[in-house]
Design a protein around this ligand. Sequence first.
Ligand code: AMP
Ligand code: ZN
Length: 664
Amino acid sequence: MTSKEQILQLREELNKHNYNYYVLDSPSISDYDFDIKLKKLQALEAKHPEFFDANSPSQRVGGEITKNFETLVHEQRMYSLDNSYSKEDLLDWETRIKKMVDGDLQFTCELKYDGASISLTYENGNLIKAVTRGDGVQGDNVTANIKTIRSVPLQLKGDFPERFDIRGEIVLPYEGFNKMNEERIEIGEEPYRNPRNTASGSLKLQDSSEVAKRPLECLLYSIVGSNLNITTQFESLEKARSWGFKVPQAAKLVNSIDEVFEFINYWDKHRHELPYETDGVVVKVNNLQQQEELGYTAKAPRWAIAYKFKAEQVSTRLNTISYQVGRTGAITPVANLEPVELAGTTVKRASLHNADQIEKLDIRVGDEVFVEKGGEIIPKIIAVDLTKRPENSQPTQYITHCPECETELVRTEGEAQHYCPNYNGCKPQIIGRIQHFISRKAMDIEGLGGETVALLVNENLIHNYSDLYELTKEQVLPLERMAEKSADNLIKGIEQSKQVPFERVLYALGVRYVGETVAKKLAKHYKSIEAIAEASHDHLINVDEIGVKIAESVLEFFNSQTNREIINRLRDFGVQLEISAEKLANQTNILEGNIFVVSGVFHIVSRDELKKLIEDNGGKVSSSISGKTNYIVAGDNMGPSKKEKAEKLQVSIISEQEFLEMVQ
Ligand code: AMP
Ligand code: ZN
């Protein structure tokens, strides 16, 4: 085979596997094998720049930087949709359009996906551009970013028209959204508000490799162009699906408004089971000939109408506003509401986000407010019912001092949140920091929980995490719900945490923006806490993946005399503050890029040792088997369902012995 043939074959294979994984949700190859093929392709492409193709699957990882997004005019306008809120509205719409067209009406019912609209242009089966809706007439060219979304086909299959536009919605499924937020909260960043805004914000990121990391999806709903040889909307969905697009299966062809209503009623109940947000149903006249007869108003097609699900919203009284202090000192205002039923649960509190939000909505204690449950878990206040505002009502004065320690709050230019700067003296910060220190991914102290930490701090038995190591059984025994055995376990757990490796200790310290991954990077690069504490700003930002924000936070942490003293105490107690010599000697990169699942009972090494070996050699350990898993290290009694899943996903199953040979 010539290099060119090899390149073309690899591209085709990778496109197919991508499609199986991201469009059909049924992977046909392990991630490991996928990566091998991708690396092979990348190597060949690097050697043969003459065969470059902007739509090669190798382009999915991104890397292109867009400083200013170019404005492009849509060849066909992107319209908005008229809204309806009741069965009457829909019947009115039907009556109106029946007068304007000949023949019976059929409708395609689709879900209204809540994300960011996008228009994709394909020529000869290749994606040539992707443009945001903008004002409907023109939008931004975001092609480089869209290419990184795995469910967007770069190369179509089947019998597609020579040139056409296809429209859809970029969404961020809940699972990916929540995961992104967990990671942000973990390192002290503000969580994203909702999937929709995060999805549309993602499209305008300058670095496409950042977009590639976000689990975005593209759901398609409409084809536009000429000479398409398509006669109905439903057919266009089926065709789009056959060319490789992700078109949700919920779409349904019906013959009457009654059936439309059945569809609406069904999805009003079941939409929460979908992996992404929807805010209604879009009803479209099915026949494209009839669509043409109906045409458009200035703003929207006459042949379609959106039915908006009733926002799960109620009004209730705002009794008080309280202010919570987080582990990082961030202040979050919380609305305490007159309890009210909303979407099947009793709501007593709602997030107010920050001072700007309160000011913007002019929210005051005593107001009757509208509360809504959107994609977020915590309900939010969306408006005030001004007609019910009490006469003597006063604008809310945001607090100026910490509710816990009375220190004056600060607010950094450009940040939405106020902070309590009393790092070492503010109870919730102290407790939060120690709770983080003992948490599972950090020091993982068995026998000690979050509530006990709060008790210990409140009883003045500890003031920072280094004090844990001086606790005695006699001191903790008198605490609430503490018995002989639990006290023993607590002391033992603390003692054992002295063996926790340096990278996790570093994470446990709770330096702002230093999450698990960053801690691993820093530990690997500097090897000891002294080296990190002495690193300069310039030196830090030269470390892979360490940016200015993290560097500044690290410098600030080690500039504090108190922090240095705490670290000295940890050292005296024997906590690991450097990579152990043994570990250094044993570390390699031979497993880099491979994800392992460990299952069953082992004989030569313990389960934990096995996991450690994987990580020390550059591999990753995951708890469940997925398309991303490369190997399963199977001991005795591996579960049959795991085995079945592994076989289905074609993940290599290796024995303990085989694994040990890999790292020998
Ligand atoms: P609106 O923004 O409320 O005017 O609603 C129009 C928008 O709904 C369009 O721009 C699309 O981005 C979006 N939309 C979501 N799902 C669909 C769908 N199945 N069919 C048509 N438009 C949809
Ligand atoms: Zn405080």
